[in-house]
Write a protein that binds this ligand. Structure first.
Ligand SMILES: Cc1ncc(COP(=O)(O)O)c(C=O)c1O
Length: 324
């Protein structure tokens, strides 16, 4: 990847003159049946641009209570867009069109105008849960019927695609915007691409500049994304298999009260009453195993490109020792 990055052709991307960035943007927008794309430094920026482009201050974003845009983007929905949020209580981040319909604001000045729906596939805090194509189609139809814009936070969209029976083509026409991370499972050091219509991306380009995300010779970074799309998608299956093995193993340990169904590369675990998540995180950290706590009794393991079978064996061994 590093060799490929250093050998690419670059230009000034703020003037849209970087051929490698343009190539990456075209590649992903074509893949998802969109007119255009814009390369952003992070998934957070891509999501926040999408939100800002598709609403006015005071309007409302409808999303699940587990969603990254709500929990982990520093309050950016309010900070950047002045928007309010209506939270839905889905199952592992996955909600239905009925949930949306029950929560759209009435046409009454007491309420914020519902403007945008955002879904997350896979859902991080839902333990890597996958939206089915039918579930996404139902949400898309509901948004069209109710004049709502629809954004997909696809930070781990390729994990969903590899683990399910749909591909990028099937998503064409369902969303107004999609953000796709090239870091995370795909293994690039940086970068997300936001895709949508020409008009949407024109607006997004202005907002990215205002957010300070206009980059100059960004082709070196975009090249990592191109490399990742070429080499690191099919292999996500290996991460999913290792996550399964890890999940099965965790299921037999005393400090674990529940392992959420493992669908992709995330293993979400509830610890037993007398085990604090943060304590497990600290104890594993001493063995150089980095996991995160997602609540008092919730821990998250993620398998990835730099985690191989030998490391998996080592983790299983350490977990057994922790349980003794
Ligand atoms: C679902 C989801 N969306 C967006 C992001 C934000 O990505 P970044 O860390 O590149 O800002 C993350 C990061 O973990 C994520 O899990």
């Amino acid at each position: 990847m590093l060799d490929f990055m250093s050998s690419c052709e670059v230009g000034d991307d703020v003037f849209q003159e970087d051929p490698t960035v343009l190539n990456l943007e075209n590649r992903l927008s074509n893949m998802f049946g969109m007119e255009a794309g814009i390369f952003c430094p992070s998934g957070t920026m891509a999501n926040q641009i999408a939100i800002k482009c598709q609403g006015q201050p005071g309007e409302q974003v409808i999303c699940d209570e587990l969603s990254h845009i709500y929990n982990y983007e520093g309050g950016g929905i309010a900070f950047n867009s002045g928007a309010s949020v209506k939270l839905l209580n889905g199952k592992r981040g996955i909600f239905t069109s009925e949930d949306i319909e029950m929560n759209i604001s009435p046409d009454d000045p007491h309420f914020p105008v519902s403007r945008l729906v955002s879904i997350e596939n896979t859902c991080n805090k839902g333990g890597g849960a996958i939206w089915s194509l039918d579930e996404m189609k139902a949400i898309s139809n509901c948004c069209q019927d109710n004049n709502l814009k629809l954004h997909l936070d696809g930070a781990r969209l390729f994990n969903a695609i590899v683990a399910s029976s749909y591909n990028a083509d099937h998503l064409s026409g369902l969303f107004d915007s999609i953000s796709i991370c090239l870091s995370k499972g795909l293994g690039a050091p940086i970068g997300s691409v936001l895709v949508g219509s020409n008009a949407f991306i024109k607006k997004a380009r202005r907002i990215r500049k205002v957010f300070g995300g206009g980059m100059r010779q960004a082709g070196y970074l975009a090249a990592a994304g191109l490399f990742a799309l070429e080499h690191n998608i099919e292999r996500l299956e290996q991460d999913h298999k290792r996550a399964q093995i890890l999940g099965d193993h965790l299921n037999n340990l005393n400090f674990v009260s529940l392992v959420f169904p493992v669908e992709t590369n995330i293993v979400l675990v509830k610890t037993s009453e007398n085990f604090q998540a943060q304590d497990i995180v600290s104890r594993l950290e001493r063995s150089k195993i980095k996991i995160v706590s997602m609540g008092k009794h919730l821990i998250r393991f993620v398998t990835h490109l730099d985690f191989d079978d030998m490391q998996l064996e080592e983790v299983l061994k350490k977990l057994r020792q922790l349980d003794d």
